[in-house]
Design a protein around this ligand. Structure first.
Ligand SMILES: Nc1ncnc2c1ncn2[C@@H]1O[C@H](COP(=O)(O)OP(=O)(O)O)[C@@H](O)[C@H]1O
Ligand SMILES: [Mg+2]
Length: 466
């Protein structure tokens, strides 16, 4: 019969940290709940695993423990080689996949299978270990569940020979390190959202903002990775820098993130984009996955967290603030940079700006400052249509946003198309500005509140007209 002990919340908090890993055995032993009701997911897993154990190893004594979910991750299964030393006396002997009816792919639950876990999966396995002439196995099974308060969780249990709990703890720690270690890529990794990764296409020059602002932002990022992180280390602080871009919707914050992501990739950083565009939405769990990855990466890391305000909901607020305060800061000696954005300076004022150190720099991304910037934007979005006569309209664009100018340009082209003329006359441009200005004063903005990802390349309009 299995031995069980209660470990309370460990059931759901199944991502092991290095510290609880070494502490393992006693405090991570599982207890079944009593009473007459449908078994919870973990109970189904335990019952199944116990059957496997008895059929294969008979009377051999074991413990049932909560496990990390990482042994089932592709990265762990493929990267940890047979023969690898685990502790001083043990070697890893490989694994066998087992068929467990309770452990089904997440796609059966909802259709974002590729991205619910960044690099994770669930499954059932027998992991083999060798100690000299003796060998033994651990039965491991993980599954997604939709139970109670923690909907969409993952639970994992393992049946471990009673004298091998330490070996298993060491093996899990190894799996954790491999599971979350992302290879550096030419693309931006996405946590959440429908895609796994994407290539940022926005060039730095595509972003039209006051030059001094752009320069200082770029310097900030480059300096941090070119030696700034080392200074944190010298001061014995985790090299974690937090920048917050604040400004009205449509001023180019998402564009800046995309352009900086591209620069970071060129600097050989790993870039992670946290997306809220899936069923999970803006959850702290995603932030935590990104931080975990950042901690365990062998590369410098940039985490892009758009619409920070959406993550500051009551349930998650204290956790996010902990991260910002540095209590849960990723400790990656090559440096981790959080690039966050928000449209709501008020939220930021209360919870963030008034507390020094929560963010290292708040950078305001303003509306169009002057006719010069308006001209650059209008030229960009009118493409080959540009006429010097358009300059007359520039003063009416000051105070508007880049997104507004893009719409003005597009709408003017539509008006021309409607009147079956090829060229956008000054009159049509003015008409477009007038219509959209009225629209802006009645609706709120042209920029989507919750963007689905980085914006399209800024020169899309040029390409169209070419
Ligand atoms: N400063 C800018 N320079 C060039 N294009 C801009 C700028 N600001 C906005 N745009 C255009 O408007 C679109 C939406 O801007 P976005 O970066 O999503 O704004 P925000 O994230 O600040 O709400 C961009 O994809 C781009 O086409
Ligand atoms: Mg945005």
């Amino acid at each position: 019969m299995a031995t069980f002990t209660n470990v309370g919340k460990m059931l759901f908090n199944n991502r092991m940290t290095d510290s609880n890993c070494t502490q393992l055995p006693e405090n991570r032993v599982v207890v079944p709940r009593s009473g007459d009701r449908t078994p919870l997911k973990y109970e189904q897993l335990v019952a199944w695993a116990v059957e496997q154990w008895q059929a294969t190893y008979g009377e051999t004594a074991y413990r049932v423990v909560w496990a990390s979910e990482s042994p089932a991750y592709d990265n762990a299964l493929t990267r940890i080689k047979v023969g690898r030393k685990i502790g001083s006396k043990t070697r890893y002997g490989g694994y066998r996949a087992l068929n467990c009816p309770h452990s089904i792919s997440i796609s059966h639950l909802h259709n974002t299978s590729r991205t619910v876990r960044l690099i994770g999966s669930v499954g059932a396995y027998a992991f083999r270990f060798e100690q000299g002439t003796r060998s033994f196995e651990v039965i491991f099974v993980s599954a997604h569940h939709l139970e109670g308060f923690y909907a969409h969780g993952t639970v994992a249990v393992a049946l471990v020979p009673t004298d091998a709990l330490k070996v298993w703890a060491d093996f899990e720690a190894l799996c954790d390190r491999h599971a979350y270690r992302l290879e550096r890529s030419e693309k931006v990794y996405i946590i959440g959202g429908a895609e796994k990764a994407f290539e940022p296409t926005v060039a730095w020059d595509d972003v039209i903002l006051p030059q001094s602002l752009k320069d200082s932002l770029r310097t900030e990022v480059e300096t941090f990775f070119k030696g700034g992180a080392a200074i944190y280390k010298q001061l014995n602080l985790p090299p974690f820098r937090k920048l917050l871009l604040v400004g009205p919707p449509g001023t180019g914050k998402s564009m800046l993130c995309a352009a900086l992501a591209k620069i970071a990739l060129d600097m050989k950083c790993l870039v992670i984009y946290i997306s809220s565009a899936d069923q999970e939405g803006a959850t702290f769990d995603k932030v935590q996955r990104a931080l975990y990855t950042a901690t365990h990466s062998q590369h410098p890391v940039v985490i892009v967290l758009e619409e920070l305000d959406a993550y500051l909901r009551e349930e998650d607020k204290s956790q996010i603030l902990n991260v910002l305060d540095g209590f849960e800061a990723p400790n990656n000696r090559r440096g981790a940079l959080l690039l966050a954005t928000t449209n709501y300076p008020e939220v930021i004022d209360q919870r963030i700006a008034k507390r020094p150190g929560r963010v290292d720099r708040v950078i305001y991304i303003p509306e169009i400052q002057d006719a010069g910037q308006a001209e650059q934007l209008l030229r960009r979005y009118m493409g080959t249509q540009w006429q010097d006569a358009y300059r007359e309209t520039l003063s009416s664009l000051v105070g508007q946003t880049g997104a507004f100018v893009r719409e003005v340009a597009l709408y003017a082209r539509m008006l021309a198309l409607n009147s079956q003329v090829e060229i956008v006359s000054l009159e049509l441009l003015k008409q477009s500005i007038q219509t959209l200005t009225r629209q802006v004063s009645t609706s709120e903005s042209f920029a989507p509140r919750r963007p689905i990802g980085f914006p399209q390349p800024a020169n899309a309009a040029n390409q169209e007209s070419a």
